[in-house]
Design a binder for this molecule. Sequence first.
Ligand code: SF4
Length: 203
Amino acid sequence: MEKKIRRVMENLSNNKIKAKYFTTKEEAKNEILQEINPEMNIGIGGSMTIKDMKIYEAIDQSINPVYWHWMVKPEERPEVFPKAQYADLYLASSNALTEEGELINIDGVGNRVSSMFFGPKKVILVCGINKIVENHEAGIKRIKEIACPLNAKRLGLKTPCGITDKCNDCSSDQRMCNIIVTIQAKPALVDLEVYIINEKLGY
Ligand code: SF4
């Protein structure tokens, strides 16, 4: 394991956040599926990492109900958001994971970031090594210069970052970074775990 990843894991542990390391996304996916027992329902946040890992498809939904707003019509999302937030297990990724053991995330609506620290019994955040940054400042820079432009393009948004790849702290109606949340230590009521995978995943 790289020294940098070891440092991240040590600092997550110092912040009372559990962390596991996986060489491949398949190993991490298997571990997530092992975590799921027949009594659980599952919530999923907007995440290209979770989508690319095909975790939604791997869960037997005749046993475990899965609530993911990406899989329903826009008008059904308000009903799905709270079910996902109060699920037994919530799956998402993080926009940035600092070497100091902090998780930094942006959100336009807030459903994803709020579900990371309040609501679910357990949260697993799956992070490829591309999400690791040196510190908080580098995390915000990563979000504004990498995550937001790529997400804007994916969603066809006309924000400045989506058009020019640069953030101008816009006041667009389509602004995606209305909310920025830093988790500095384990949220009191959530069993939070970070899965670090030695691959580049999501953005
Ligand atoms: S403030 Fe606007 S331009 Fe900057 S990252 Fe957010 S959505 Fe993009």
